[in-house]
Write a protein of this length. Sequence first.
Length: 583
Amino acid sequence: MRGQIGRAQSLYREVLQLQPNHAEALHHLGIIALQMRDPANAMHLIGQAVTLNPANPAAHSNLGMACEDAGQPEAALASYDKAIALRPDHAEAILNRGNVLQTLQRWSEALGNYDRLIALAPHYADPHNNRGNVLRKLGRRREALESYSHAIRLKPDFAQAYSNRGVVQKELRDLDEALASFNQALERAPDNPEILNNRANALHEMGRLDEAMKDWNQSLTLDPGYVEVHINRGNALRELGRLDEAAACFTQALRIDPEHAGAQWTLSLLRLLRGDYEGGLPLYEARWKHGSALAVTNHRDFRQPRWTGDAPIAGRTILLHAEQGLGDTLQFCRYATRVAALGARVVLEVQRPLVPLMQSLEGVSKVIAAGEQLPEFDLHCPLLSLPLALRTTLANIPWDGAYLHADQTRVSHWRARLGPHDRPRIGLVWCSGLHPAQPELWRVNKRRDVPFDMLAEISTPALAFYSLQKGDPYEGQTAQLQSTHWHGNNFYNFASELHDFADTAALVANLDLVVSVDTAVAHLAGAMAKPAWVMLPFAADWRWLTGRTDSAWYPTLTLYRQNQIENWRSVVESIKADLSRLL
């Protein structure tokens, strides 16, 4: 093949020696440059060809491909538009135009582009597959599934469409169906490293780690430079507690691509998990580039500069804004007091349910809800960038005692509401929440949840238990769970009366202990300096470190860790025994 390309090059060059302005010879030399992965030369040659013969739609289309390969999507789009203007039914140009619109994240335009092509060529499988990719980006997963299936009906050997369908099925938690799709894809393309990686991800979620590792290893044999596979292997090894091996995977990913945001972010989590804040916090800033829901949920752009801890801020107004979950805000809002101590006027923007509670935070001049109009400010900083800005290490985590306080009027209301305090009161949270639009979080949160029937084993008449479980579907299921699994009249559910975190804080202030999974209520209890026992999965979040029963961030918390993956039995038995000792 290479010899044939060489002979063709020689022939076209001979033509150009005789006729330097031979448009077709220039065009075909450009196509050869494109095949040889030399997009810059392809752009130069095909560009000359379209200048000499601007009426050739194929040349404009091929110039668009060269621009795409050269990383110039806007130029590619212009070339495809010229090709389509000359030949409105140019299927390849229309297909590639949609791909460029995807690169530019112009999803609605890309969808319309593929619909146009499907109308022109209804039996062409590729636009159905690509249309599915756009629908997935738009969060319309069921429609994406149908587009992939339609592509497969048109082209039964379409391996990529099977794989794409499997990805969406995995996101919809149809793991068995996803695995079947990946198997079908690999029957048609057994040496495709991307499909092997996709199947490994599904096997990982199904808890079949040995099989997942086999697929990842095979994928790396085929493509040793596949950064995402190194990262995925590292994440699995981290979950198994094999931290040195996980670190080697992330480090190898960064050797291949030093600027890869996913590799930087995952390595940061590993370093933070080990208490290496000096090495982990700078890399944690890669979350802004990573774009995953696991990394960051609210990236904000402001005309005002971001404060990184270097510039003096005395006498200036700084906006500190929440960026991730409610628990993250509760944990890191403590830094607002430190920033105020530097002489700044602090404006704190947080999720609406936290606003009343945050009024109790010392040093904050104004608290506003996310989405409300912002006041004037000079600088800004996301809450989870404050540990880096203030040079946090494991030895100097800010703690001066409780930094969030329940409103005394609400505390008095709940004191009366609960009645006589004739036995110890225990607050309970057993689920970490559901995020329907963010499938990346489902697996993480599911690992944190304790089965209610198992947790019910801690019940004893000598204790009173109060549900602090908020959010559907769990809050709505509490009454049924209680009647099915909780025997005795010592379980109380006032969750429907907790309208914001100030209400929850007031109820917690009337309790003796909170027993919670890793969720916002655990952070609330810690911020109030209330005793809380936190039930952690085997692979816990970085803020809980490893091997400790105490918390570096909250001195009043006690940590109960799984002793093996997805096994809550030892945790529940330890809590049951410690409650007996407490009595």
